[in-house]
Design a binder for this molecule. Structure first.
Ligand SMILES: C[S@@+](CC[C@H](N)C(=O)[O-])C[C@H]1O[C@@H](n2cnc3c(N)ncnc32)[C@H](O)[C@@H]1O
Length: 293
């Protein structure tokens, strides 16, 4: 499983309250990757937001908002009477998010705040809903305290939703190569190295139940990609290949590395994105529960 939580470098921070470790990636490369990934992710995230049916006029929190791409989509969904707060650990990402919002027509409906999802800087019952994409659910550590912390700031009857990139098929015709490359990605390698199965994101229904959230549901959204590819999609996929598999890992054989380079590097004569029949997909999974009344 690949995801947008795979950073080559960044700053690790340990939360004093629950000992969870968070990673704030280095800014420039990461902002660029998030911007490119938006070409792939936005339609899928829009579908997830539609499925949530957020009440018009409601107030919500985008926890781990990064550069704010989804904060804006959420603000659109709740309409002019609603409000969305984007929260992130990284002041650089928040500065970027503020710039983007300033240029949009939604600046009155959006605000940003620096903070840690492990210890939210909000009172109990502040929001009607909270949502988090590729943040809560993936950091190393325990999810239960995180979910409880999200639920704490939501009003009774409100909802908490966490989403994460949950799978991809990007190399049509090469399923074994792709499976072997994927097995070395950070989201999977930790399970190869003994991470407890119940800490896998797809076990989140259990975390919701344990956190006391009611009526937990799970739903997966698919992003389809096919030729002909726009320049933006092409760049987004090149960046994704690089992010997923572009760092040679000790577990990857020489043959697989050569195949990766043959298929996934734009300068290769066999570059897979040049195929007129190229088709790929990826998924985002969303878990949601209600805060007890
Ligand atoms: C993979 S990015 C996702 C950003 C955004 N949700 C998106 O999907 O575009 C993860 C974000 O979580 C933030 N983050 C990591 N640990 C955090 C924490 N403990 N509290 C708040 N933000 C955190 C990082 O700074 C980064 O912006």
């Amino acid at each position: 499983m690949g995801d947008f939580n795979e950073y080559e470098s960044g700053t690790y921070m340990r939360n004093k309250k629950n000992n969870n470790v968070s990673k704030v990636p280095d800014t420039d490369t990461y902002v660029q990757r998030l911007q490119l990934s938006d070409f792939l992710r936005k339609p899928v995230i829009r579908s997830a937001i539609r499925a949530l049916q957020l009440p018009l006029g409601s107030r919500g929190l985008d926890a781990g908002c990064g550069i704010g791409s989804h904060t804006l989509l959420l603000a659109e969904a709740v309409g002019p009477a609603g409000h969305v707060t984007g929260l992130d650990l990284s002041p650089e990402f928040l500065a970027h998010a503020r710039e983007v919002v300033k240029k949009s027509s939604l600046s009155e409906q959006v605000s940003f705040q620096k903070g840690d999802v492990n210890e939210l800087p909000f009172d109990e019952n502040t929001f009607d809903w909270v949502w988090s994409v590729d943040c809560v659910g993936y950091p190393t550590g325990e999810f239960l305290p995180l979910l409880k912390e999200l639920a704490r700031v939501v009003k009774p009857g409100g909802s908490a939703a966490i989403l994460a990139w949950s799978s991809q098929q990007l190399l049509p015709g090469y399923p074994l190569l792709e499976a072997r490359l994927n097995a070395t990605c950070s989201a999977i390698i930790s399970f190869v190295k003994g991470k407890r199965p119940e800490l896998h994101f797809l076990c989140a229904l259990g975390w919701f139940r344990e956190a006391g959230l009611e009526e937990p549901t799970a739903h997966t959204f698919v992003g389809d990609i096919h030729a002909p590819l726009s320049d933006d999609l092409r760049s987004a996929l090149i960046s994704l290949f690089e992010m997923l598999w572009g760092e040679p890992q000790p577990e990857v054989s020489q043959e697989d590395w050569a195949e990766y380079q043959r298929l996934c590097l734009p300068e290769s004569p066999d570059f897979i994105l040049n195929r007129p029949d190229y088709y790929a997909f990826f998924t985002y999974s969303m878990f949601r529960g209600k805060v007890a009344k």
